[in-house]
Design a protein around this ligand. Structure first.
Ligand SMILES: Nc1ncnc2c1ncn2[C@@H]1O[C@H](COP(=O)(O)OP(=O)(O)O)[C@@H](O)[C@H]1O
Ligand SMILES: [Mg+2]
Length: 202
């Protein structure tokens, strides 16, 4: 995927990206200080914010093959399970016994199986982030964007999610854009690191 000449002015903030390429099948880190424009950039890619100028070449990616885990996950006022299967439901995927097993295995892998029937909004912030991760990867999107999803996690949960990212990557190569403050310390996770400061790419 390639971004060319993307510009967006919001209030006093100006995003201006001449050219930025996210190689397919790779894990991309996106770093930068608070207010650098990371979240705005992800929302532009997701089609939630329309840029003032510029163009995104999605290189064959359809919008329903892209997912964005927002900084504050929007959860349905329902059970954890209902939240996880929502992306499958809206894509008309039939949830048969085989799929049920897969869902349980995914919940188990993330340490969330015991929360399956729990009301999603009663989860702790770290558990919400894990749920948002599971809900994002369940439909096997080709582009997965994570906005600070790793930030509210305790070290064990963070380790689990990073391992799961690597497992998904080994199984079926997606493209990842991961926004995190502490990316530099997560050695070996990212293939590329892009740094954004003051709305510009360094
Ligand atoms: N809707 C908005 N109205 C005014 N300013 C905004 C709006 N959304 C974001 N901003 C500002 O744009 C800048 C970049 O925001 P953001 O992309 O969220 O930064 P970050 O890199 O921390 O994710 C920040 O200074 C933020 O306050
Ligand atoms: Mg942000």
């Amino acid at each position: 995927m390639k971004l060319v000449g993307i510009e967006k002015k919001i209030g006093d903030f100006q995003l201006a990206i001449d050219s930025l390429e996210f190689a397919a099948g790779k894990i991309h880190g996106l770093v930068g200080h608070n207010g650098a424009g990371k979240s705005i950039l992800l929302k532009i890619i997701m089609g939630l914010i329309r840029p003032d100028a510029g163009h995104i070449d999605y290189a064959g990616l359809a919008m329903d093959e892209i997912t964005l885990m927002t900084q504050t996950p929007y959860l349905l006022h329902r059970s954890v399970y209902e939240n996880v299967i929502y992306p499958l439901k809206i894509r008309g995927v039939k949830i048969d016994a085989h799929k049920e097993k897969e869902i349980d295995a995914l919940l188990e892998r993330a340490g969330m199986l015991s929360h399956k029937e729990q009301y999603a909004l009663s989860l702790s912030s770290g558990e919400r982030q894990k749920l948002s991760f599971l809900r994002a990867v369940i439909f096997e999107p080709r582009l997965i964007m994570m906005d600070e999803t790793l930030s509210n996690l305790d070290p064990d949960s963070e380790k689990t999610i990073i391992e799961m990212i690597k497992e998904i990557q080994a199984a079926r190569r997606a493209t990842w854009i991961i926004v995190s403050h502490q990316l530099e310390s997560k050695e070996g996770l990212c293939d590329f690191i892009h740094r954004l400061e003051g709305g510009r790419l360094l």
